[in-house]
Structures are given as structure tokens and as C-alpha cells.
Design a protein around this ligand. Structure first.
Ligand code: GUN
Length: 284
């Protein structure tokens, strides 16, 4: 069994990105919008901001009151869309219940949509066109590629069908010529699917959902779940102790998919910066 070390890979990608950023005159800049004071969202947003700063990018944090209205948020996005000094825009989800997320995500300019959550980028990812793909699935794909794990013809079973992870990961894996099965809360006999997986990716948020009897001998397991236990520890969806001896590769939690998500956001922000520099003609 070999560990898929997302922490180490993310650090090496960060190092390369920092070199690229240091060669830029104007720095890539990401606007991060947080509405309300959900503690988990605050933690994620701070991690993203610090990661930007580690590689020399600018992170502008908009920490908005939970009473912010839909219209106010739309106005802020519009002004960021028109701000040439902002290359990427991210609205942390979930939004408070009085704000509808779809019109907000649709309002972000596709060229600045570094989370890849707007319908424009969702569609382009599905069609295998150049696009911003969401950070977590991108990070998983990079992690598999770094360990030379091939997807073509492999049966990838994804547990969890969210717009943020499961659905876009299925699209990326299908684009890589895998056979993809997506399971979700209504799937009957989950184990009958997970046992078929050459590559099993789990993004549910339920500790120990995946037990040893649910995994094929020699499978690759990517654990994308994140749950904070009452003792403060972070754990994934896979019973690591029991499952890991059966795997050819397995990603740990923490230190697997999580760090890859953050570094993929940085890569998307750098890509947005380059696209916008190109549009402005400074590549000429
Ligand atoms: N909420 C949970 N994951 C994410 C993410 O990757 N991006 C944003 N914007 N919100 C999230």
C-alpha cells in the first residue's frame, strides 16, 4: 500500500507557483467573499487566503454580514467583475438561506470563476472544453496523475453527487476515458458498487462510511470526506486502518485531497490571471 501524499505534492506545486508569481510584475489577485459567520467557512476562507499569500498572490477578503442581501452581493460581484486588479472571484458556500446561490454563481464573470461553479464552466467541463474546473476534483485528478495512476478504461466509483465534488469529478474522470459510476444517498446496496471500483473516490462527510468489506483488493482509494470530530481531529469517510491494507494506493485525511484542493484554487487563480493578461494584450 502506498500513500497518496497530497500534502507533499501540494507543497511542491506551491513552490513552483511561487516562482511563477515572483516573475510577475502585477500580482495575481483573488477576491474571496464570505457571507455570515459560519465557523467552518471562516476556517476554509482563512486557509485559502493564507495559501494565496504563501505563493505571493493577493487575497482580498470580503467578510460580509449575515444580513447582506442578494442584491448587495450581486452588486459587489459586478464591481469585482469590472475590476481589472481582481483576477479571480470566489463566493464561499454555503450562503445564508435568504440568498439564492445559483443567481450569485451565474453573476461571476466566467473568466474570473476560479471555483468553476458557474453554469458556463460546468457546461464547458462536461463538454471537455478548456474551462475552470472546481478545485477539489482538479486536485484529485492531479494527485492520481502524480502517482501515474491511469484512468483510461478503469472503473471509477464516486460516492457523493454534490455540485462541488462528485458531479464535476465524474465529468473529469469520464473525460479521461474512465468508466464512471456515481453513487449517492439514494443508491441501493452501495457496497455492490464500491466493490467494483478500481478507483474509489468518497466525498460524503460520514466517518467510517467505507469499511474493508466494501473495497476490492488492490483498489485505489481517494478519501475526500472531511468531518471534524468532537475531539477536534479531522477524519475522512474511509475506515483507514481497516481499508488501507487492501489498497494499492490510499489518500489519508488529513494530508490527502484537502491540501490538493487549496493548491488547485491557486492554480486556477494563476490561470485566470494569465487569461486576463492575455485578453489585455500584454502577452504581445
Ligand atoms: N464550500 C465547500 N467547498 C467549497 C469550495 O470549494 N468553494 C467554495 N466557494 N465554497 C465551498
Amino acid at each position: 500500500m502506498q500513500l497518496l501524499d497530497g500534502k507533499k505534492l501540494a507543497q511542491s506545486i506551491e513552490k513552483d507557483l511561487a516562482m511563477l508569481v515572483s516573475a510577475c510584475n502585477d500580482k495575481p489577485s483573488l477576491a474571496v467573499i464570505l457571507v455570515g459567520n459560519d465557523p467552518a467557512s471562516q476556517t476554509y476562507v482563512n486557509m485559502k487566503k493564507h495559501a494565496c499569500e504563501r505563493v505571493g498572490m493577493i487575497a482580498r477578503l470580503y467578510a460580509l454580514s449575515s444580513r447582506t442581501t442578494q442584491v448587495e452581493l450581486l452588486r459587489i460581484i459586478e464591481s469585482l467583475n469590472n475590476d481589472e486588479d481582481v483576477h479571480g472571484i470566489l463566493v464561499q458556500l454555503p450562503l445564508p438561506p435568504h440568498i439564492e446561490s445559483n443567481p450569485i454563481l451565474e453573476a461571476i464573470a466566467p473568466s474570473k470563476d476560479v471555483d468553476g461553479f458557474s453554469p458556463h464552466n460546468i457546461g464547458r467541463v462536461r463538454a471537455n472544453l478548456s474551462a475552470f474546473a472546481p478545485a477539489t476534483p482538479l486536485g484529485v485528478m492531479d494527485l492520481l496523475a502524480a502517482y501515474q495512476i491511469k484512468l483510461q478504461g478503469q472503473h471509477c466509483v464516486i460516492v457523493g453527487a454534490s455540485n462541488i465534488v462528485g458531479k464535476p469529478l465524474a465529468a473529469l474522470m469520464l473525460n479521461a476515458n474512465a468508466t464512471v459510476t456515481t453513487c449517492h444517498i439514494y443508491t441501493r446496496d452501495l457496497a455492490s458498487f464500491t466493490r467494483q471500483a478500481d478507483i474509489l473516490c468518497v466525498a460524503v462527510g460520514k466517518p467510517n462510511l467505507i469499511t474493508a468489506d466494501m473495497v476490492k483488493e488492490g483498489a485505489v482509494v481517494v478519501d475526500i470526506g472531511i468531518t471534524r470530530l468532537p475531539n477536534g481531529k479531522i477524519c475522512g469517510d474511509v475506515d483507514f486502518e481497516a481499508v488501507s491494507p487492501k489498497c494499492s494506493f490510499i489518500s489519508p485525511v488529513p494530508g490527502g485531497a484537502g491540501p490538493m484542493t487549496i493548491v488547485s484554487l491557486l492554480q486556477n487563480t494563476f490561470k485566470a490571471y494569465e487569461i486576463q493578461r492575455c485578453i489585455k494584450g500584454s502577452y504581445a
